[in-house]
Design a protein around this ligand. Structure first.
Ligand code: RUQ
Ligand code: CUA
Length: 762
């Protein structure tokens, strides 16, 4: 085994210095096209998406993970999936829901004291500054259990989950105001606002309510502040998708609705079902709300407390003139404010028309007090013709609209037609259509809901994949199709199967705006961004006992945990903290203990912990779950759970037969490896490596490893002097371990410098 590792390591070192191999006769491009049946058009599409090794994407998409309760992150135009980010659902790789720190985040999402371990994510939103994506935070909603999560894009981790104090479901969210003062969401299915309060359906019109919640976002803290958040009570109209005004319409928000019939089904009791009664009328309502004024009214104490939360009641909102309705065509969907903030585009799912509302006209009607009627709750209704800029027939089942970088150009998904329509919403003209596969829901252009869309690409988020991919059973993946929108005619480029839930909306941001870290300040609790009380530095590792509570303050660095043996008694409550001492990026260690259902992912600098009651006697290996180095498998230890009152046996550990010859062989191996290290150091210092922070971290880590050698060298020499060949050999082996890690880091640094065209200084 040992000699195998020596060979493997030598081979690795040789490969890193570059030893060529002979090439077989290559196929020509024509050969490949013929063999795979590709057209010129296919080649053009391929060349627009294919991203060679080492090249990166222009845009990063954050897609809802649908029923997986996660966020899916992928690159555009390559459509390569980069990460499934754990949000509402436990996710073992990230330790989410298996370590103590993330359990605290999930606890924030408990409802009525119960864990909710799944979520129906729909609409992600990137934080904005001045209406532009700023790349700092991401928000996403959970429709099933009315919640919003806050993700920090400095480390792509979920930091907070908040639960609506007044809703039972929530579809329209998350949307942000242009400076991310508020993140808002709307109720979907009307219910009494008081939690855990029953009213019969006969009192639907009186006691059931919809609403909108404006969550106050504290950017400094990077968290939602529930105490400063508020809701507005709305009629039981199934408030749906929304958008914040921008530019001239900043300060206002727009929310569509369906089932303003307030119909209650009951097919089992012989009544026509919800779907019939909820689409009976020709129009539903667009809700127009002055949220800035609403926030002022709440600050003035005009809200009422429901479940400890400020709710501005409808009559107050009407009296203060901050809430209006406008009819919109049959079963509307989508409410998308144009980049210049002048128009709001609403589609009618059961209508071929898309309605473009003019904010200027809406304001004029409000100013003039020109209302066609009042709804049953006394809310003034602005006439459709008084608010409409233009209405365009686009096709069957229009849903959502996204914007181009070119003025007046929008793209609308046509669910029933399975098409995307490109059109001019200023003039009301259809420009182009492209077929997608199949039944498109949302669509997304690059930064397409900001004040400054970037054009270039559009992704169609199709509900059905049907025949596009190799079959994998009755449950199909969904299909995200990449479309080039940089020319007059749209061109379909690529189909990407999405194998994790049903994504609804997605947002894509210019990749250059994202600057996530690659390591934490040593000892950070990544879920609170604060120093972790369980963190220790190298050499300070300890195990503390306090009654039946055992706390381990451990560290992880290639390729060992400290401590390696943890002894407890049956019934002890065990907390194991691990700090990853690595500085080199991508040197994550994982940690688990056999059969205790715990796992943590500990990235460089992070401190995480697991906690459990050692409720069964036995021997439980623990190990590192990330392949972190050639000696990863040896990154192990034992949790010994001893019966109560166990007495030590007085025996010593079994010995092996090492000889002086073995020791000499070790010394030779050490000398050979040192020669390699010296050579690598020579190469690294021949560059101006200090200009590369990543390389500096690797070099620091390498010196860390090398710095441990003198101590251990003294140990093997002392043992050799006493002819204790076992200890001499093993400590010498440990010297070599540190050398291997030093060399490994050095080689990574060297490769990095070569690939990044570092400047030679020697
Ligand atoms: S909604 S398409 Cu959340 Cu349109 Cu799904
Ligand atoms: Cu650390 Cu594997």
């Amino acid at each position: 085994m040992k000699s195998l590792i020596v060979k493997a390591t030598t081979a690795l070192l040789m490969a890193a210095f570059g030893v060529g191999t002979a090439l077989a006769a290559p196929e020509t491009l024509q050969d490949v096209m013929k063999r795979r049946g590709l057209s010129q058009q296919d080649l053009l599409a391929a060349s627009k998406t294919y991203t060679p090794s080492g090249k990166r994407d222009e845009f990063i998409a954050f897609s809802s993970g649908g029923q997986s309760g996660q966020v899916i992150i992928y690159g555009i135009p390559s459509m390569r999936i980069l990460k499934y980010l754990a949000v509402f659902t436990p996710e073992p790789w990230q330790g989410y829901g298996y370590d103590e720190e993330s359990k605290e985040v999930l606890k924030g999402g408990r409802i009525d004291g119960k864990d909710i371990t799944w979520g129906d994510t729909h609409h992600p939103a990137v934080s904005e500054t001045g209406g532009q994506y700023d790349g700092q935070f991401l928000f996403i909603n959970d429709k099933a259990n009315p919640r919003i999560a806050v993700i920090d894009l400095r480390d792509f981790e979920t930091k907070q989950i908040v639960v609506s104090p007044v809703f039972k479901s929530e579809h329209g969210g998350a949307f942000v105001t242009p400076n991310t003062d508020y993140v808002f969401q709307t109720a979907q299915y009307a219910a009494p606002l008081e939690p855990r309060k029953f009213y019969p359906l006969e009192e639907f019109n009186e006691k059931y309510r919809g609403g909108i919640t404006y969550w106050k976002f504290d950017r400094e803290a990077g968290r939602i502040d529930p105490a400063k958040s508020f809701s507005i009570e709305l009629p039981p109209y199934s408030q749906d998708l929304s958008d914040a005004g921008k530019g001239p319409s900043d300060g206002w928000s727009f929310t569509n609705s369906f089932c303003s019939e307030r119909y209650v089904g009951g097919i089992e009791q012989g009544r026509p079902p919800f779907e019939a009664g909820c689409s009976a009328k020709d129009t539903d309502y667009l809700h127009v709300i002055n949220w800035k004024k609403a926030a002022e009214l709440v600050a003035q104490g005009k809200a009422q407390k429901i479940n400890g939360h400020d709710v501005l009641m409808m009559d107050t909102a009407v009296k203060e003139g901050i809430l209006f309705l406008i009819p919109e065509p049959k079963s509307p969907h989508g409410a998308d404010v144009s980049p210049d903030g002048k128009y709001i585009i609403v589609s009618g799912k059961l209508d071929t028309h898309v309605s473009v509302y003019s904010f200027e006209k809406i304001q004029a009607a409000i100013k003039a007090g020109r209302f066609e009627s009042k709804d049953p709750y006394g809310i003034p209704v602005i006439g459709l013709k008084d608010a409409l800029h233009v209405q365009v027939s686009l096709g069957l089942g229009p849903l959502h609209t996204q914007y181009d970088s070119k003025p007046c150009i929008g793209y609308t998904s046509l669910y029933v037609d399975s098409q995307v329509a490109k059109w001019n919403y200023c003039e009301g003209k259809v420009l182009d259509k492209i077929s997608v596969h199949y039944n498109i829901g949302h669509l997304m252009t690059m930064e397409g809901d900001s004040v400054d869309p970037k054009g270039r690409y559009l992704v169609a988020l199709n509900k059905l994949a049907i025949d596009r991919f190799n079959p994998v059973g009755p449950l199909h993946p969904q299909n995200h199709q990449l479309i080039d929108i940089s020319n007059d005619k749209m061109q379909l480029l690529y189909d990407m199967p999405l194998p994790l839930g049903e994504p609804h909306y997605a947002v894509a941001i210019d990749a250059a705006k994202l600057k996530p870290g690659v390591r934490y300040r040593v000892g950070t609790n990544s879920r609170t961004d604060k120093p972790h009380p369980g963190a220790v530095r190298a050499g300070e590792e300890k195990i503390e006992r306090n009654g039946n509570k055992v706390t381990v303050f451990g560290t992880a660095i290639r390729s060992h945990f400290t401590p390696e043996i943890i002894e407890v008694e049956v019934g002890d409550e065990v907390t194991i903290n691990m700090t990853n001492l690595e500085r080199a990026q991508d040197e994550t260690h994982g940690f688990t203990v056999s059969t205790y259902n715990v796992h943590m992912s500990v990235e460089p600098g992070k401190t995480a912990s697991v906690k459990f009651v050692a409720d069964k006697e036995g021997v439980y290996p623990y190990y590192c779950t990330e392949f972190c180095s050639a000696l990863h498998l040896e990154m192990q230890g034992y949790l010994l759970v001893k019966p109560k009152g166990w007495k030590a046996t007085g025996k010593t550990l079994a010995k092996a037969n090492y000889t002086e010859k073995d020791y000499q062989a070790q010394l030779k191996k050490i000398a050979d490896t040192q020669a390699v290290i010296d050579q690598v150091v020579g190469i690294i210092t021949s560059y101006d490596y200090k200009a590369f922070p990543d390389v500096v971290s690797m070099v620091e880590d390498a010196f860390d490893q090398a710095g441990k050698i003198p101590d251990v060298k003294a140990k093997h020499e002392a043992a050799a002097a006493k002819k204790d060949w076992e200890n001499a050999c093993l400590w010498a082996e440990q010297v070599w371990q540190y050398q291997v890690k030093t060399a490994d880091l050095g080689l990574r640094a060297k490769t990095y410098l070569e690939q990044n065209n570092a400047r030679k200084v020697k």
